[in-house]
Write a new protein. Structure first.
Length: 367
């Protein structure tokens, strides 16, 4: 997607124009995340029903001063995509904390809105960190802020402190799962993707929430650095019963996707989460990010599960700009019908944490 800025002072560049310079800006920025990296932009561009809309602004000196990591996602294709498509930023936009940086970000947002508004319901920004210079720019450009929760575990403690901070019943379930023969494998491979995808599909189907195609995970395996993606699979009695896909960058481990068959008598998902936390701690990471815990005033089963690991409950929020209230109303009326197409299972309230916040249509709170 090509964009143009109404400013002679700022040029638009794309991740493929100069990946080294793009990633250098992300690496140097205090809020840079794996979702800003050129590799993740490539992952989404190679995934069906996803379109990378990521752009950065370069000043007259050739330096990047702002970056917008947007992805347009279609739930369904064709004419109906106008009421089933949204643009998502899986992390907040970046900008220099200067007048030039804020101006450049405002220009990027304006160009983005013009480019997607006719074929997209809204753009949503999913913040990972406390608000900074970007918040004022977002709000001044029509993006409304909403409270949204997350749990983040501080790993700067010894291993026993981390273990003992987990709820007593959850620790007992993890120990019991291992005693009963459950094992956890690290299988970050094409075979691992094909093993875990049915587990993800089962969990998302139970919640009647659409899941990205398997090509998202195959693309991630292909383009994300080998040291920045992990697949874990829990096996019991010869069957795969739970699995997660995690991403990590700098000092943060991010729980990206997870799924489970919910076997009786064991809790493989809790065991995998602890395995991720323990690994991240052993390798010197500082934070384990659960990837979202719902709207504050709504019951949300995965939040209950995530709370048992006693991370810090934070509220960095989300921002949303709606391009057509009429089309959004049509989409919301058809939402339950669309969800019925995604699953043959009745709706369940997840309590195992596997029904993640990564779906682009999983939450409807803003009005």
């Amino acid at each position: 997607m090509t964009m143009h800025l109404d400013s002679p002072k700022i040029d638009v560049i794309y991740p493929d124009d100069c990946a080294e310079r793009w990633d250098g800006y992300v690496d140097a920025h205090p809020k840079g995340s794996i979702f800003h990296k050129s590799a993740m932009c490539r992952v989404y561009s190679e995934t069906r029903k996803h379109e990378t809309c990521a752009v950065a602004a370069r000043n007259a000196d050739g330096n990047i001063v702002a970056l917008l990591p947007a992805v347009r996602v279609e739930t369904i294709s064709g004419l109906a995509s106008m009421i089933a498509s949204r643009a998502i930023l899986y992390a907040e936009p970046l900008c220099d904390d200067t007048a030039e940086g804020r101006y450049a970000l405002a220009q990027l947002l304006d160009a983005h809105d013009k480019a997607v508004r006719r074929r997209t319901l809204f753009t949503e920004v999913r913040a990972m960190l406390p608000p900074g210079a970007e918040r004022d720019v977002l709000e001044q450009n029509g993006y409304e802020f909403f409270d949204y929760l997350n749990y983040v575990v501080d790993l700067d403690r010894d291993r026993d402190q981390l273990w003992n901070s987990i709820g007593k019943q959850t620790r007992a379930k993890i120990r019991r799962s291992h005693r009963r023969g459950m094992t956890i494998e690290h299988d970050t491979s094409v075979a691992g993707v094909h093993r875990i995808y049915p587990l993800l599909r089962a969990s998302y189907a139970r919640s009647r929430v659409p899941l990205a195609g398997i090509d998202l995970f195959l693309s991630a395996l292909r383009f994300v650095s080998a040291g920045e993606i992990q697949i874990r699979i829990a096996t019991h009695k010869g069957r795969d019963v739970a699995g997660t896909v995690g991403l990590y960058y700098r000092d943060r481990y991010f729980a990206w996707y997870g799924g489970t068959t919910r076997p009786q008598g064991i809790d493989p998902f809790a065991a995998i989460v602890w395995d991720e936390i323990e690994w991240a701690h052993q390798h010197g990471l500082r934070f384990y990010d659960f990837g979202g815990a719902g709207w504050p005033d709504e019951d949300y089963g995965p939040r209950t599960f995530k709370s048992r690991f006693h991370g810090a409950l934070v509220c960095f929020g989300r921002y949303r700009k709606v391009y057509s209230r009429h089309r959004l109303a049509l989409a919301e009326k058809g939402y339950e019908s669309l969800r019925a197409l995604f699953s043959q299972f009745p709706r369940e309230t997840a309590t195992d944490g596997a029904d993640n916040d990564r779906s682009p249509v999983s939450e409807r709170k803003p009005k």
